[in-house]
Design a protein around this ligand. Structure first.
Ligand SMILES: [Zn+2]
Length: 68
């Protein structure tokens, strides 16, 4: 799967911008649409967070409190 991120050809990203873009924030949650499992980030870091469950990518949850 390829997704255009919208920054092609418009200059270089600074290290700061990259760091901001890739920083994983504590408290960010992911949820599986199939079985309802939730995963929450409990330790921050820099990298790509792509949790999987039931063979599919888990969906980022902006407001974990809304999930019932
Ligand atoms: Zn699942």
């Amino acid at each position: 799967m390829t997704e255009e991120m919208g920054f092609s050809g418009s200059g270089e990203w600074s290290a700061d911008e990259w760091t901001k873009e890739w920083t994983i924030h504590v408290g960010k949650a992911y949820h599986c649409l199939k079985c309802g499992t939730m995963a929450m980030v409990t330790k921050g870091g820099v990298g790509v967070m792509e949790p999987k469950c039931c063979g599919k990518n888990m969906i980022p949850v902006e407001r974990p409190d809304d999930i019932r």
